[in-house]
Write a protein that binds this ligand. Structure first.
Ligand code: MIG
Length: 648
């Protein structure tokens, strides 16, 4: 059962696709007081799931999360906001299961046992939101294939039905991808491809970060470093390799640059109060932001992707679309004034930090987000009132265009910033994580929330984006990445080079990546089932063993599809780990291409040695794992040549 409530005069985010009558009463269990705070009591055994891409564990209890799409590359547990705003909560205990979706494009705070351990508060920026309460509808019939008797799954399915079917990528998007911010030229890309070939390691895609562009201008190519781009794409595609360029949100201000000039002429850019285009700065220096809230602007921008589609490109990643702002023209002027006023002074304990803060705070400044406007549904609305939708609308621009430009083809698309609703147009990657062991665990723990919120096609930068990656971290991370739909090794400029062929034990890495390809028939078909059933592809154990307390407390093991449970090693120098089996399972140990099936393990705890080159999965009783033969690319996979591993 879904109840929809209307608080104040909410903005329609177009995140939902179902028409639901608005209830006249007050949301059950909630007290709405003057400050527009919702609160609900939590009993000791209440768990709170959801919130998609956020820090900390699967159970969100014990922290304060703020939905406010932010470009912050340090994802420590002390942070409140990351790049996304996924305002869905699944609150449950033995007696009660309920989902809440708070549909507001403004900031929203979820205080989940932070200020009071026994209470959950939701604080809105303004008293305007659509509010959905979802309780398990046992009478709702699903097609046989989608049926479930798990009330957690029920609520998720109802929510997902409300927000519409998840984006489905092309098959090659399940292949392995190599990326690095730092590839500068055609030669760099070719050498990556060649090195993979020489090392006989599978590869489906290589990502083009901002340096493929001419001066960081969207929909341009740097002809010096990428001459004959179209031929280049073609020659690479003959090896079944896809090149995936990045697209940034800001459009460089530069006379003679067609996208800029058209944008000005046709009035596509966000404006300040006085009607002049808002000037921010990102990679290319000064830019304007397209007003993706206008359907005409989405059409215009979306069609620009054909510049690359026509050159043979069939996948993209949308970046910097929170939108990230290095500085605004006005903000920078103010900062310089301040700094000049400090010049020549004896900078002491307070003035020194004032100086540092002045420089630091020009970036992603709240004041800047309050100083430009969108035109949405015929109204002029200040950016901060719509902030969390910006990345969604950018990716939607592309998605809407792809439907028209190539209706019979799937295009790979994922974004950094997102809001619920965007899951219909693309996936997400979790942004600038670090090569830290704690971020390997974070990767594991972010997946269920993302899946609940519809972002089935998701993944983290495998190996970590910032900081130097060690070989053992990369091996353990690959052993997790092979189970995530988006499986891409990406790293930042200035960090240790992280391509797998650079490491002494690249043979081990090859073995793990080959396993990914053998698993693709299973992964892709489970993914398709999850998308068509509005279900999760990756689930915590509680979605299967809800009555097993121990299983419900387990946050470092996951179900991937319906048949297998994974229990990755995520600590350094560990030769294995303890795995909890809620029921007897069959253990499959993969060591390169060698598979050993180990006798049925009993329910309970097992210490399982897992060496750096191995991947261990647990097959559920009564289920089957189809395994294909590894291949160099997804195009070379033989989807009919399968071996079925069973446990019955
Ligand atoms: O602020 O394009 O998250 O994946 O390599 C850095 C350069 C801008 C941020 C993305 C990252 C990408 C980088 N971008």
């Amino acid at each position: 059962m879904i109840r929809k409530y209307k608080l104040g005069e909410p903005i329609d985010t177009e995140s939902t696709v179902q028409d639901i009558a608005i209830s006249s009463d007050i949301p059950k269990g909630f007290v709405m007081d003057s400050e527009c705070v919702f609160r609900i009591d939590m009993s000791e055994d209440t768990r709170v799931y959801g919130l998609g891409e956020t820090v900390r564990g699967i159970n969100k209890r014990g922290w304060r999360y703020i939905s406010n799409c932010t470009d912050d590359p340090i994802h420590t547990e002390s942070k409140n906001s990351l790049y996304a705003a996924h305002n869905f909560l699944l609150i449950w205990n033995k007696k009660n299961v309920v989902g809440y979706y708070v549909d507001t494009p403004e900031k929203a705070e979820f205080d989940i046992g932070y200020s009071d351990p026994d209470r959950l508060f939701i604080r809105l920026n303004s008293p305007n939101a659509y509010f959905y309460e979802i309780t398990p509808d046992l009478t709702r019939t699903e097609s046989k294939a989608c049926e479930t008797d798990n009330p957690l799954t029920k609520v998720v399915q109802q929510f997902r039905h409300l927000i519409g079917q998840s984006y489905i990528p092309p098959l090659f998007a399940f292949g392995y991808g190599q990326s690095r911010w730092g590839y500068k030229s055609r030669e760099d890309i070719l050498s990556v491809i060649q090195s993979y070939e020489d090392a006989d390691i599978p590869l489906d895609s290589v990502y083009l970060d901002i340096d493929y562009m001419d001066s960081f201008k969207d929909f341009t190519i740097n002809e010096d470093s990428y001459p004959d781009f179209e031929d280049f794409v073609k020659s690479v595609s003959e090896k079944n390799i896809h090149l995936i360029p990045i697209i940034d949100a800001g459009i460089k201000i530069e006379d003679g640059y067609d996208v800029y000039e058209e944008g000005i002429k046709e009035d596509h850019f966000c404006k300040k109060e006085d009607g002049t285009p808002f000037v921010a700065a990102v990679w290319p220096g000064r830019v304007h932001f397209p007003d993706f809230f206008r359907p005409e602007t989405r059409k215009w921008f979306g069609e620009k992707y054909s510049f690359l589609l026509n050159k043979g490109i069939d996948g993209f990643w949308n970046d910097m679309n929170e939108p990230a702002i290095f500085y605004s023209e006005d903000g920078l002027d103010e900062a310089f004034d301040k700094i000049h006023s400090l010049e020549g002074q004896n900078l002491d304990i307070s003035s020194f930090f004032e100086f540092v803060d002045t420089v630091e705070s020009v970036k992603n400044s709240p004041k800047d987000y309050e100083s430009f406007y969108h035109e949405y549904k015929g109204q002029k609305i200040r950016h901060d009132k719509l902030h969390n939708l910006y990345g969604y609308m950018m990716t939607r621009a592309a998605g809407e265009a792809f439907e028209k430009l190539c209706p019979d083809r799937r295009i790979l698309m994922f974004s950094r910033a997102s809001y619920i609703g965007m899951h219909r147009y693309g996936g997400v990657w979790t942004g600038d994580n670090q090569s830290w062991w704690s971020h390997l665990l974070l990767n594991i723990q972010q997946l269920p929330g993302l899946n609940m919120c519809g972002f089935l096609y998701s993944g983290a930068d495998t190996g970590g984006f910032g900081a130097d990656c060690t070989e053992d971290l990369l091996l353990r991370w690959l052993a997790v990445g092979i189970f995530t739909p988006l499986f891409r090794n990406h790293s930042a400029m200035g960090t240790r080079q992280q391509e797998v062929y650079r490491f002494p034990h690249k043979d081990w890495m090859r073995g793990i990546i080959r396993l990914r390809y053998a698993l693709i028939p299973y992964l892709y078909s489970e993914f398709m089932k999850a998308a068509s059933c509005d279900d999760m592809f990756i689930r915590p154990l509680s979605f299967v063993y809800m009555d097993d307390e121990r299983a419900c407390d387990t946050e470092d093991q996951l179900f991937v599809g319906k048949s297998i449970m994974i229990a990755p090693v995520y600590t350094q120098n560990a030769a294995g780990r303890t795995v909890y089996l809620p029921e007897p399972m069959k253990m499959l140990r993969f060591d390169g291409d060698r598979l050993t099936e180990e006798a049925d393990l009993t329910a309970g705890d097992h210490y399982i040695p897992i060496s750096l080159k191995e991947v261990v999965v647990f097959l559920r009783k009564g289920y089957v794992l189809p395994l294909g033969k590894p291949a160099r690319t997804t195009a070379e996979l033989d989807l009919n040549d399968l071996t079925y591993i069973q446990f019955d």
